[in-house]
Design a protein around this ligand. Sequence first.
Ligand code: FMN
Length: 224
Amino acid sequence: MTQAYDILSQVFAARYSCRAYRPDPVPRADIAAIVDVARRSPSWCNAQPWQLVITSGGETDRFRHALRAQAEAGGHAPDLPFPKGYSGVYKDRRSICGWQLYGAVGIEKGDRAGSAAQMMRNFDLFGAPHVAIVTSPAELGPYGALDCGAFVTAFCIAAQSLGVATIPQAAIASFAPFVHDHFGIADDRLVLCAISFGYAEVDHPANAFRTDRAGVDEIVDWRG
Ligand SMILES: Cc1cc2nc3c(=O)[nH]c(=O)nc-3n(C[C@H](O)[C@H](O)[C@H](O)COP(=O)(O)O)c2cc1C
């Protein structure tokens, strides 16, 4: 293997979804450097459908407080339909990572108030000092979203390489009309997800577990 492969695989292995942050801001130049790498992501026809709103300081707090109020009021209305369901192995994996989180923060089976409170941490952006809202043109449909998914991964990996922790959050897209309104995002763009980011509070229990992955031979149906 090459040195580039080794470095890349180390950065991928070190990244995880961070659910507790220190308040310190990430320098603007570092945020720009992360986007500078992520913008090299491939996209169909090189359309580069991704656009970001990135908040810092008081703007993050203003969004966090308004989002929290919206989430408490309810009204699930994503621009992109959420998954219809998770069955079989997908249901199992979803359940395992959920229980990993609950186990780490001490929420026991049947503690509905505890699990709801942990879920609501999504809408405090897990205390992150920054959030990026990821949007795609509606006319590009699912392939625009596919391209933006690649961008989200590249953003998280580039951030990790600078010691910046991240968490992609579809939960925030649940309140798409509110997000459009809050940031003045045009109606011809889909709010896909958010990425909260900053420096990890490494000792926080919510950051104490790591998810597993299926092996190569479980993923690939080798032919020939
Ligand atoms: C598109 C996308 C949306 C996600 N939305 C949420 C979310 O709303 N809330 C959350 O806590 N985690 C969310 N996650 C994080 C996943 O739960 C996490 O990536 C997965 O469990 C694998 O764990 P890891 O990122 O720590 O490796 C999301 C991840 C992706 C890629």
